[in-house]
Structures are given as C-alpha cells and as structure tokens.
Design a protein around this ligand. Structure first.
Ligand SMILES: Cc1cc2nc3c(=O)[nH]c(=O)nc-3n(C[C@H](O)[C@H](O)[C@H](O)COP(=O)(O)O)c2cc1C
Length: 213
C-alpha cells in the first residue's frame, strides 16, 4: 500500500499555490491505483501547539535525570514521527513567510527533529532516512541567482538541513516563484515569468508523484 503523507501550511485556503501543487501531487499519486493512499496533515487548519518542553528535543534516554515530560505531548510527537516513518513519500507545502517558514510548519519540524530518535546522536539510527520528501516552495518574489533576493531565502535551507542533511530524507525542492505577480500591480510585468514558473512546478509535481514510492 504505497502511502503519501501530504502536509500543508499555507494560511491561504482558497487560492494557495502550494496547496494547489500538493493537491495535484496527491491526485496524481491516487491516480496510480487504488492501493496508492494519501494521509493529510493540515498544519494551518489544525495547528500543532508549539513544542511545549525542550526535553522533547531529545530521546527519553538522553533527557536530564528527573525531567518530566507531558505524556500527551510525547504521544503527539510519537504520532507525528510515525506518520512520516510509515509514509512512502511526503509532500510538504512550504510557503515563504517573511523570508522564512510559516510558524505552523516550523512547529511540525520541531516535533520531528529529535536527537537520538530521528537524528543520529549516540547511535547511528536514522529511521526516516531515504524516505522521499518533496518540498513545494511558493514565494511571492524571486530569489534566483543574480536577483536582489539571492541568498535571502530562509524557507528552503532549514527544510533541507533538518529533513535531508540531519534526518537523511531524500529531499527534492519544487519552486513556484513570483506568485504575487497577479496581485501586485507593480509586478504585472512579471506575470508571464510567474506563469512559466507555476507551469514548470506542475510538470515537476506530476513527474515526481508518478515516479516516487
Ligand atoms: C505572512 C506572509 C509573509 C510573506 N512573506 C513573503 C516574503 O518574505 N517573501 C516573498 O517572496 N513572499 C512573501 N509572501 C508571499 C507568499 O510567499 C506568496 O503569496 C506565496 O504564494 C504563499 O504561498 P501560498 O500561495 O501557498 O499561500 C508572504 C505572504 C504572507 C501571507
């Protein structure tokens, strides 16, 4: 049963570019056959509480002696890790908010990235290693090489670092840029470039959702 975990974090419910692309990913995945299932986690509609205690950043055996952890928070963390571990692929809608991640998505990462559990620390174990993670990065402006925004994208790097470098997931990034061209009159001249970016992103999503898992 190839299972996709679809994660959304855009606060835009009607016209979100990242939601359109994660939906396309899920639809393409399901079209591969009845055994291709999708689990959804919408971090905006159902936000997680911020990580309530620093001790949750460490596997139980690495916590300070006597550290008390709320069992409900621990159970939620275990559930979130299990959701990823049981997925054959994960697609993550990651809009750029103030050069960074939506706080809802950051909260999810804070639960997932656990020293000694999902991240090797005192043992080499990396239970999420090799699971494909497709990051859908939507952004109003462009951060391409040679533009004024170059080097100021702080959305994709933390996702690559935590999911890929640290937890060993197989990260691919699909970018849809200049999404504000249709909304901001001063960006009207960039509409064609924006549409080309969206079209390339759709092609990449169809290709990945047809091949992964
Ligand atoms: C709170 C907020 C902050 C934003 N900050 C940025 C930003 O720093 N840079 C940028 O290029 N676009 C920014 N945008 C525009 C979004 O990145 C753009 O609308 C993108 O398409 C959002 O993804 P979505 O369409 O899936 O909601 C911001 C939008 C919001 C709502």
């Amino acid at each position: 049963m190839p299972r996709l975990l679809r994660v959304d974090s855009s606060a835009e419910l009607d016209s979100s570019v990242s939601r359109e692309l994660t939906r396309l990913f899920a639809d393409t995945w399901r079209d591969r056959g009845a055994e291709f299932t999708v689990i959804e986690r919408d971090l905006h509609r159902n936000p997680l509480p911020h990580l309530p205690a620093a001790e949750l950043h460490y596997a139980a055996r690495l916590r300070r002696a006597g550290a008390a952890v709320d069992p409900e928070a621990e159970a939620l963390q275990a559930q979130l890790i299990r959701e990823v571990a049981e997925a054959d692929a994960v697609v993550i809608g990651a809009p750029m908010y103030n050069w960074s991640l939506p706080s809802t998505l950051k909260a999810w990462l804070d639960y997932l990235h656990v020293l000694g559990t999902t991240v090797p620390f005192d043992t080499p174990d990396r239970p999420l290693a090799g699971i494909p993670a497709v990051v859908i990065s939507s952004r109003g402006n462009t951060y391409a090489a040679g533009t004024p925004g170059e080097g100021t994208d702080h959305t994709v790097p933390p996702l690559r670092q935590t999911l890929g470098v640290s937890m060993g997931m197989d990260v691919t990034v699909v970018t849809a840029e200049l999404t504000l061209a249709g909304r901001i009159p001063a960006m009207a001249s960039l509409t064609e470039q924006s549409e080309a970016s969206a079209s390339a992103a759709r092609d990449a999503v169809r290709r990945l959702a047809s091949a992964l898992g």
